[in-house]
Design a protein around this ligand. Structure first.
Ligand code: MN
Length: 141
């Protein structure tokens, strides 16, 4: 069974919100948007996304603190978190990996490459429909 992957975008900048959502929508993703970590937690109480795109610099609880919190919670620990890091913020990449992010994508985003960049983070989690998994690591899940 295939379904549209849901991506939660946590980003406080409105221009980046609109750009990210429009590119993801065009690439076939379903998108939720949160402007703050607190809004993200509200979204996560409603439904769990397949992937979270996490801005690091956020008002209030920042993206690193939110990522650590999600990774410490068994309900959300499995969700793939990908940091959105600005080129100028050199420490963000190392810190985002240390906080539990699976990787990072540079901002400003490359609108032509963005869809495949995001899909690359989803691929190990979403096998093709009908294709049997040959590894035994999913037992009990
Ligand atoms: Mn920001």
């Amino acid at each position: 069974m295939t379904r549209t992957p849901l991506v939660l975008v946590v980003e406080d900048n409105e221009v980046n919100q609109l750009l990210t959502a429009s590119v993801l929508g065009r690439e076939g993703f379903e998108v939720d948007i949160a402007g703050t970590s607190e809004q993200a937690l509200e979204h996560l109480r409603d439904r769990l996304p397949d992937l979270i795109l996490m801005d690091i610099q956020l008002p209030g609880m920042d993206g690193l603190a939110l990522t650590r919190r999600l990774k410490a919670d068994p309900v959300t620990a499995h969700i793939v978190v990908v940091a959105l890091t600005a080129h100028a913020m050199t420490g963000d990449r190392e810190q985002s990996l240390a906080a539990g992010c699976a990787g990072y994508i540079s901002k400003p985003i490359d609108t032509r490459a963005f869809g495949s960049q995001v899909r690359a983070f989803l691929r190990p989690q979403v096998p093709f429909a009908g294709e049997p998994r040959t590894d035994a690591t999913l037992s009990g899940t």
